[in-house]
Design a protein around this ligand. Structure first.
Ligand SMILES: [Fe+2]
Length: 242
């Protein structure tokens, strides 16, 4: 499996503070069947993480994984907030995409009253050549209250990454319900962990999907597409598989 959204670098954002914690997170990801993790630290007004910091963090964790013989591919990326996506020059933003792809993980707005500036941001980024993957739209109050906004973004080419643990209720009943609705409507293109540590917000991808399949049995067939097939296509800048 491939995890496109994971706060796996130590001392960079609100993920693990130390390398030992980051290693425990990545070890848990590998033990749960994840083979590729994209480290996606926040790039936001609060955490203005630079591409150089991300590169150094990825290199450090790759060395630690090799030393500990943890079989896991670690790639660099970021979870970019709208404010920074609009502010950063292209030369910087290009370095914040997932792996070597043109796919940018854009944080869904957490402010309930976010206006059309978010849609304008997505459109501008798409015009600049980025493939937009929206992080955890099921947790965005603006989309929960007006789902047609998210539907229109997807019709315009944006893709959706939901958080695996939204499916087992970790973020509340509303996020769980909305995540299931998005899956039912075919509006989800990747299921990712948004892990921040090994235990509190852990990296597993399958528990949530297994729980969701109880209410949505077709998910059993779709799980591999959501956790491997589609994310692999995003990293390769390829069309999504059927
Ligand atoms: Fe995140």
């Amino acid at each position: 499996m491939i995890d496109l959204h994971c706060h796996a670098l130590p001392g960079v954002d609100d993920g693990p503070a130390q390398q030992a914690g980051a290693l425990a997170l990545l070890r848990a990801a590998a033990a749960g069947g994840t083979r590729t993790v994209v480290a996606t630290p926040h790039v936001s007004p609060r955490y203005r993480t630079s591409p150089e910091t991300i590169d150094a963090g990825v290199a450090g964790m790759r060395a630690a994984l090799a030393a500990e013989r943890v079989e896991l591919e670690l790639l660099g990326g970021a979870e970019v907030a709208m404010e920074l996506a609009l502010e950063l020059p292209d030369a910087v933003l290009r370095q914040l995409t997932l792996g070597d792809s043109s796919c940018l993980l854009l944080e869904s707005p957490l402010a309930p009253a976010v206006g059309p500036v978010f849609e304008r941001c997505v459109a501008e980024l798409q015009q600049r050549g980025y493939r937009i993957l929206l992080a955890h739209p099921e947790r965005a109050p603006a989309f929960l209250s007006r789902p047609q906004r998210l539907q229109a973004l997807v019709e315009g080419g944006a893709l959706c990454s939901i958080t695996a643990s939204s499916l087992d209720g970790r973020f509340g009943a509303a996020a769980r319900w909305y995540a299931l609705e998005l899956l039912r409507d075919g509006l989800v293109h990747s299921v990712d962990s948004d892990a921040h540590d090994a235990i509190g917000r852990p990296p597993g991808l399958t528990a949530g999907l297994t729980a969701a399949a109880e209410t949505l049995p077709p998910l059993r067939e779709r799980a591999a597409w959501l956790t491997t097939g589609a994310p692999a296509a995003l990293l390769a800048d390829a069309p999504l598989p059927g």
